[in-house]
Design a protein around this ligand. Structure first.
Ligand code: UD1
Ligand code: CA
Length: 459
């Protein structure tokens, strides 16, 4: 094993007909990550000498996704004539290795340690082919593992569900869709596959029987059903998603995260949470979000690629996308913080506040009903209710700069590009079109006029 080379080939060219989706099956997400991504991570963690993915149905989309994995080579199977055909098409690729591990693309829960011990057993047994099987009470649709069907060691072979006799269908050991082949042996039989079966396809599992008949050693290792389950229908996808969700929430609770209602919290596979984070019901945390120690994520908050420091408090219904909240910052209820915005330490964005590409300095406050876009706010600024940066003229976006300790009166329209110097202020209701110097008050509103006796005249 030490000196031999291993290639891993993932088959992802199929339609996934039973999903009835426009997306290729392997790109359907479990939580916020395509099903294929889970398997590819495990495969790469195995540190093989090469990884390739067979693409075909909606192959451009799969290739696009694979760009995130520069070490993985896409291979085209233009016509999908079955799993045996798929492996034959990739022959030039896998013939450069001593062994090739072939996997169905829809095995997201397959674990690294299972794969490692499967490989170890294969090498130890010096088999021509090892396949992974599992035992299930619901074998419908899977290929049945028929043991004692010839070859040395009694051998094994696979009969597809559609080709199986009623008696064979009673077998509860099924093929998981994960195989290791000795490359020389595989080369010697792959051309002998036929498609004279119920589906008119070239079946990869038929290689197992061909090898057995040729007197080569073929064997099956039994894996946990949990890890070997495939995904063929939307119902199975939802069930698997629930399983992955439960496992992730349990993992974070074990790491010290406090979850009030574990059944009502969603955490993506790439999120990172610190101990003593508190997650209230209805929270969703996606992408590469990071939540620091002691932060409280209130009910119905949605984080996507959000970075929260320590002791951040999101009251409720806060959406944070691709943005950062530093230590002791506060937001919500009902705030929307997006596109590279940042709340520095102790800053606050309150009720019905939207921040877009905006930096808010230490201790600054935007308590209510405001929109800040393309803006930089200094330290200890106070923004009065209803204030807006008018950053867009219909064609271009312009910046607003607000200095340290500014006091922006309620309902100020800041028409960008515009700068408010340090310690400046604006009068409530002002439309600010010109820069306000440091320490000055900017007034940009019509003077009030009172019409005496107006009410009685009207009557
Ligand atoms: C396959 C196995 C079956 C096993 C089951 C486990 C065959 C013939 N049968 O059945 O014994 O119990 O997996 O889930 O292999 N693919 C291609 N090109 C093709 C056809 C399929 O790349 O021409 C890919 C698919 O994208 C998928 C994988 O191969 O990732 C398996 O295909 P699928 O149609 O799901 O196989 P099953 O019918 O489920
Ligand atoms: Ca199929």
């Amino acid at each position: 094993m030490e000196n031999s080379t291993l290639g891993i080939l993932v088959m992802a060219a199929g339609k996934g007909t039973r999903m009835k989706s426009d997306l290729p099956k392997v790109l359907l997400p479990i939580l916020d990550k395509p099903m294929l991504g889970y398997l590819l991570k495990t495969v790469l963690d195995c540190e093989p000498d090469g990884v390739a993915v067979l693409v075909g149905h909606r192959g451009e989309q799969v290739c696009d996704y694979l760009k995130a994995f520069p070490a993985i080579e896409p291979l085209w199977q233009r016509e999908q004539l079955g799993t045996g055909h798929a492996v034959r098409v990739a022959r030039r690729w896998w013939e450069r290795f001593d062994h090739v591990l072939v996997l169905n693309g829809d095995l997201p829960l397959l674990g690294l340690s299972t794969l490692r011990s499967f490989l170890k057993e294969h090498f130890h047994e010096k088999a021509a082919c090892s396949l992974l099987s599992f035992v299930t009470k619901r074998p419908e649709g899977y290929g049945r593992v028929i043991r004692g069907s010839g070859g040395s060691d009694g051998g094994v072979s696979i009969v597809e569900h559609k080709d199986a006799s009623p008696e064979q269908r009673l077998v509860e050991e099924v093929n998981a869709g994960c195989y290791i082949f000795d490359v020389k042996r595989l080369s010697s039989v792959i051309d002998r596959l036929k498609n004279d079966n119920a589906q008119g396809e070239y079946y990869l599992p038929d290689v197992v029987a061909l090898m057995g008949t040729a007197g080569l050693k073929v064997r099956a290792s039994i894996a946990e059903e949990e890890e070997a389950l495939g995904v063929n229908t939307q119902a199975e996808l939802a069930a698997m998603t629930a399983r992955v969700r439960d496992a992730l929430v349990a993992r974070w609770m074990a790491a010290g995260v406090r979850v009030m209602d574990p059944s009502a919290v969603w955490i993506g596979p790439d999120a990172e949470l610190a101990p003593d984070v508190v997650l209230m019901p209805g929270v969703q945390i996606w992408g590469n979000s990071v939540v620091g120690e002691g932060s409280v994520v209130g009910p119905y908050c949605i984080l996507r690629n959000a970075r929260l420091g320590r002791r951040v408090n999101l009251t409720a219904n806060v959406v944070v996308e691709n943005s950062t909240l530093c230590d002791d910052a506060k937001a919500g209820p009902f705030a929307y913080i997006r596109e590279n915005s940042l709340l520095d330490e102790r800053a606050f964005a309150g009720k019905f506040v939207e921040l877009k590409k905006t930096r808010v300095g230490k201790g600054s406050k935007i308590p209510h009903l405001s929109y800040m876009g393309d803006a930089v706010l200094g330290e200890n600024v106070n923004i009065g209710a209803g204030s807006i940066t008018c950053n867009y003229d219909g064609r271009n976006k312009f910046p607003t700069t607000i200095g340290d300790r500014c006091f922006v009166g309620s309902d100020t329209m800041m028409v960008a590009p515009v700068t408010l110097g340090d310690d400046s202020a604006t009068a409530a209701g002002s439309t600010i079109t010109e820069d306000v110097p440091s320490g000055a008050l900017g007034v940009g509103r019509a003077r009030q006029r009172n019409v005496e006796g107006w009410t009685s005249k009207k009557k």
